[in-house]
Design a binder for this molecule. Structure first.
Ligand code: COA
Length: 182
């Protein structure tokens, strides 16, 4: 699905362009994912696990834009990719009332209200699609993200013990969070 481009201003007066990814974004998106995974422990991949190339990234972005069950918003500040947010709509008769959301912003752009705006627009998108339940996964230690999600109305409904094992050998729980939209 394509997200129609729009300029937004956050409550902290940061102006962003929100739009779907375009073909020319592939290399910057790849660098973005590598940087994000190096900056935070709270996404699943370590940087060295990101082994795909620009062509693969380009195909992935194209597939998302063309899919009736996925939408990605890329957030740009002064023309630079600051973050992205993606929804995957479930597509079976028994679960197409549900969708899964994920978000990531580079550290330089944290605390500017961008994630809040991305979530507001994605929640509106999901409501328009008739989604009843929006879901996400978050690591136990990701206090900033958990705060954001609770602010947006998500609640912890389950936890997976020892879901994550870091290189230093320590384990962390993962929470499953749900927001009912109706
Ligand atoms: C999680 C993440 C998306 C939050 O983005 P952000 O830019 O800080 O979000 P916002 O500026 O919109 O702030 C959202 C809320 O987080 C909370 N928050 C902000 N700073 C915080 C801090 N230092 N500690 C705890 N909570 C904090 C506040 O409740 C804030 O809302 P408010 O400004 O209305 O009070 C961002 O930190 C990120 O991308 N992290 C790395 C990747 C990641 O963890 N993705 C999520 C995987 S589940």
């Amino acid at each position: 699905m394509i997200f129609f481009p729009q300029y937004i201003e956050t409550k902290y007066k940061t102006t962003c362009l929100f739009r779907s990814p375009v073909d020319e974004d592939a290399n910057e998106m790849l660098q973005f994912i590598k940087k994000l995974s190096a900056e935070t422990d709270y996404i699943l991949t370590y940087p060295e696990e990101i082994s795909f190339d620009e062509a693969t990234e380009s195909s992935l972005l194209k597939a998302i834009n063309q899919s009736p069950n996925q939408v990605m918003i890329v957030a740009l500040v002064d023309g630079v990719i600051a973050g992205n947010c993606q929804i995957r709509y479930k597509d079976k008769l028994k679960n197409h009332h549900r969708a899964v959301i994920a978000i990531g912003l580079l550290k330089a752009y944290w605390g500017l209200g961008i994630a809040t705006k991305l979530f507001e627009l994605m929640i509106a998108h999901a409501k328009e699609k008739g989604i009843i339940q929006l879901e996400l996964e978050v690591f136990e230690g990701n206090k900033r993200a958990i705060k954001l999600y609770e602010k947006m109305g998500f609640k912890i409904v389950a936890e997976i013990p020892n879901a994550i094992k870091y290189k230093d050998g320590h384990y962390e729980k993962e929470f499953y969070m749900v927001k009912v939209l109706c």
